[in-house]
Design a protein around this ligand. Sequence first.
Ligand code: CTP
Length: 491
Amino acid sequence: MLKVQFMFYATDMKSLNMVAQLKHPVFHLLQETAQELGIPTYVVGGFVRDRLMQRPFKGDIDIVCLGSGIALAKALKKKHPKAGPISIFKTYGTAKLPIEDIELEFVGARKESYHPDSRNPEVATGSLEDDQNRRDFTVNAMAISLNKDDYGALIDPFNGQQDLKKQLIRTPNNPDTTFADDPLRMLRAIRFATQLEFNIVPEALASITANADRMTIVSRERCTEELHKILACPKPSTGFLLLEKTGILQHLLPELTALKGIEEIEGHKHKDNFYHTLEVVDNICPHTNNVWLRWAALLHDIGKAPTKKFIPPTGWTFHGHEFVGAKMVYRLFKRLRMPLNEKMKYVQKLVLLSSRPIALVDVQVTDAAVRRLIFDAGPVLDDLFTLCQADITTKNPKRFTRYHDNFKRVRDKIEVVEERDRIRNFQPPITGEMIMEYFNIPPSKAIGTIKEAIKEAILEGEIPNALEAAKAKMIAEGKKLGLKAQTPNDA
Ligand code: CTP
């Protein structure tokens, strides 16, 4: 077993963070507690990896011990005045203990299948090395001793350090066994490769490809969490290309794989919308950390597969793909157990409006069309432009500049119209209550009809967005519906 003095790395890497973490009183307290219980104890997993890589500390610390993790967690809780409520998962022999801003997760070393959600929950007590061997990747299988004799020693039986240096994702065990233990690990491998900018070793990649359909047994929530993490990376295309190459994407997001390919009829070709989509996603990343805007970029063209048609002599059309795509967003969110709340509506709205700004680049565009876009987009207007700008993937520099210039013109136009008409946070100048009071009518369809007519008149530029003009319009519309004013003065 390879043992290296961990503190050496800390000083070597000048990582104050790491030294500080190891010097954190909780580690000494843990050492004391473990010693009292006679349970050898180690820090393991992401904490060790991230310290060695000098990545920021995320607050989670995984502890593995040769004994009962639950007993160790309970004993530590008793000793620490600021320990929060303990969560115990008896079936899996794990416990979680929050202490101030950190969360400790305890587990007893296992010989068999590691992960609680695994379909093979057989768990047998094992040595530290057994436990490390059943973890997902060598870079996640390193441990630091918290025991008196070798406090701080790095225990790395599967050469995790070497793989860190070589930037490799490798399973400690045979990849087929590691992935059979928990198929989510196939997705995790791709996520770590994207996040850490590592390569997956060929034998692991081959195993993922061979076992891709095992993803179907993993809960949607766990998959979605990984997809979110891939999308949160600076270059998500790395992950999506690997997902596609291994066959996993087909199981998770068939709407995206359906965009793959170029067809040619009568000399007319369309672009490969899958690769285009990935470019759009990468393009948007430097401009936003909003993962929902990144989802919108990923899904903005999904309506293109079901709407694709060849219409001679024009060529390929994707008529109405934005509308179809927005509807697909709902089904996709539902299937992936993503929130069906305002986040989903936000993505839907962006997909629905994704082609609108480009339609306005015509110099002749009317103020009414601009007002409509401002009204329809409302609070997502800026994000819509971020998306549309990322959507410019032409490799022709002249065209690239022209498209960007066109967008700039639309934005300028929007600014002028918005300054004048204040449509963006449009609040109808006449409310339903005002209409009911004016005509002395109960809630009814007429109120909606009048409100809609006022809104339309404002958007069309027929009347200004102002109270007096809107009131006059209300009276005129009421008359058309046979309504009479109740106040003699207003009649
Ligand atoms: N682990 C595993 N198999 C899984 C999930 C986790 O073997 N399916 C092990 C790994 O050793 C991992 C540790 O449990 O390092 C902690 O898991 P988790 O907190 O999910 O991952 P981290 O490595 O901490 O990384 P991140 O927080 O970025 O997900």
